[in-house]
Design a protein around this ligand. Structure first.
Ligand code: F6P
Length: 568
């Protein structure tokens, strides 16, 4: 395929388009009867079992998807990523988050230089620093140990670390290391988030980690200035050096902000924000909370999947299979959304993280060469842990729109509960639902079945489930730091596979820029109107009217330059 040719112009794409009619004729109920098919749709790697037999797909579909992967040069693109080539062409960057979790002795080059020693230099620095903070060797300005951490950051500088933190909070090993410590995340520029974060914390015992790849993100920088003020107001400006550290690729701006560059933890432009949880972005706050050894296990889990993704044949390759099936669902079956449904409360922040990884990566309208695409890319990702989601949006999934679902289950609960006299343990109760839902979606319930159950005639259509709704199940052996790393890397690479097949650049994010620059104009207007009484100008009728209403109705905000922090 010439670089400018679109994947939809290839024979395998056209072949799959034709194949859709065959698949639509066959109900999942029938497909599920074919044991040989189901058997070959189960893949296992490093303790993780993927069962994709409830996809609306046959073995023929899989072969055709493999042909599509070949037409898209998937293998070459994966290799180019691992080889450090500048595949993020619109930003002229390589994409090497795999280097962040590579073993110390591995070699991964970017521009002819092995980046792994640099990665480990920062990891060693984090290990040393986090141990000093945790042991009380590094103390705050008044000599007290720093037991609480607020990590300031947004988007990729927040969602991944929050997901991992939430997943580890109830893991006994990690929780043991976190005793007496707190980790909080300040992301939103909404001052309410500041109030929530500082509530109950003492600046004397708090360490603030400012996490920003660019160190220019408006929300993060205002929050950083706010907490700098919170510390200075309580302990004096000299305390900032002991109470604030940074994670960034922009060490010049870190220093300008007033943080000692020795207390800055670097990463590199070849780490995309949403792929940065394995850099200091995640490793520093998580190590402060759980100790470096636990976080290293998380990195090892991710690395195991990296090696698998790089080397396993496509028919056994978890991220590749998942990515190809997503393309099948979106581009051929026409299902634009995907529900991420972990049957584990510890994974409650997994869907929000994958929303960014997937939607910021693959929500694109042009090919990597800038050609407008005649097909849609990306999925609309959303999700909630089961069983909570069952009592919320599953109605739509069962009888409304068709939404391919990812069911994620865990064999061993982090926190088992057994009650005398109960039929099953609490975890078995949860998992009963994990096993039941995919079949309910696949098989549905027919009017004939309902009639046999003596359901009144007028309720038959209401109680009918069409079935034939695709899902896949991922079963993890447990949910420790290693497994969390595995899960993360599976989804990161799955998203890359989809983007490689669609022929887009999954590693830039120009779509977030326009809104940011328009906010700058509004910010200037708010300042001019509030401080100098200037009229609202330069906006359309709608924005002018609502802005005026906002200004008039909040005319009681202080006019003079002053500092007011939350009172909570
Ligand atoms: O909103 C877009 C974005 O650039 C994300 O891609 C990124 O994760 C986030 O903002 C935060 O950026 P930074 O780490 O530079 O503050």
């Amino acid at each position: 395929m010439a670089s400018s040719a679109l994947i939809c112009e290839t024979e395998p794409w056209k072949d799959l388009k034709v194949h859709v009619d065959d698949i639509k004729k066959t109900h999942l109920r029938e497909l599920m009867c074919d044991t040989k098919r189901c058997q070959s749709m189960m893949v296992e790697f490093d303790g993780i079992l993927l069962d994709y037999s409830r996809q609306c797909a046959t073995l023929d579909t899989l072969n055709k998807l493999k042909n599509l992967a070949e037409a898209a040069h998937l293998k070459e693109k994966i290799n180019r990523m691992f080889n450090g080539e500048r595949i993020n062409s619109t930003e002229n960057r390589s994409v090497l988050h795999v280097a962040l979790r590579a073993p110390r002795d591995s070699v991964i080059n970017s521009d002819g230089k092995n980046v792994v020693p640099d990665v480990w230099q920062v990891l060693d620095k984090i290990k040393d620093f986090s141990e000093r903070v945790r042991s009380g060797a590094w103390v705050g300005a008044t000599g007290k140990a720093l037991k609480d951490v607020i990590a300031i950051g947004i988007g990729g500088s927040f969602l991944g670390p929050l997901f991992v933190h939430t997943a580890l909070q109830t893991d006994n090993e990690a929780a043991e290391f976190a005793k007496g410590r707190q980790l909080r995340f300040l992301a939103n520029v909404d001052p309410i988030d500041v109030a929530r974060n500082i509530a109950g914390l003492n600046p004397e015992t708090t360490l603030v980690v400012v996490v920003s790849k660019t160190f220019t993100t408006a929300e993060t920088m205002l929050n950083a200035r706010t907490l700098r003020e919170w510390i200075s107001a309580a302990l004096g400006p000299q305390a900032v050096a002991k109470h604030m550290v940074a994670v960034s690729t922009n060490l010049t701006l870190v220093e300008k902000f007033g943080i000692d560059p020795n207390n800055a933890f670097a990463f590199w432009d070849w780490v995309g924000g949403r792929y940065s949880v394995c850099s200091a972005v995640g490793v520093l706050p998580l190590s402060l909370q759980y100790g470096f050894a636990v976080v290293e296990k998380f990195l090892r889990g991710a690395s195991s999947i990296d090696q698998h993704f790089h080397s396993a044949p496509f028919e056994k390759n978890l991220p590749v299979l998942l990515g190809l099936l997503s393309v099948w669902n979106v581009s051929f079956l026409g299902y634009p959304a995907r529900a991420i449904l972990p049957y584990s409360q510890a994974l409650e922040k997994f869907a929000p993280h994958i929303q960014q990884v997937s939607m910021e990566s693959n929500g694109k309208g042009v090919s990597i060469d800038g050609v407008p695409l005649p097909y849609e890319t990306g999925e609309i990702d959303f999700g909630e842990p089961g069983t909570n989601g069952q009592h919320s949006f599953y109605q739509l999934i069962h009888q409304g729109r068709v939404i391919p679902c990812d069911f994620i289950g865990v064999v061993k609960s982090q926190q088992p509960v057994y009650l005398k006299g109960e039929l099953v343990s609490n975890h078995d109760e949860l998992m009963s639902n994990f096993f039941a839902q995919p079949d309910a979606l696949a098989y549905g319930k027919t009017p004939e079945q309902l009639l046999k159950e003596n359901i009144p005639e007028h309720l038959i259509t209401h109680k009918t489930f069409s079935g034939n709704r695709p899902s896949l199940s991922i079963l993890l052996p447990s949910l420790n730091a290693y497994n969390v790393g595995q899960l993360l890397a599976i989804y990161e690479h799955r998203v890359a596979v989809e983007g490689f097949v669609w022929g887009i650049n999954s590693f830039d994010q120009w779509g977030v820029e326009l809104g940011k620059s328009l906010a700058t104009q509004v910010r200037k207007q708010l300042h001019a109107s509030r401080k100098k009484g200037e009229a609202v100008e330069g906006f359309n009728f709608s924005t002018t009217t609502v802005l005026k209403r906002y200004l008039e109705a909040s005319a009681d905000v202080p006019k003079e330059d002053c500092t007011i922090l939350p009172k909570m």
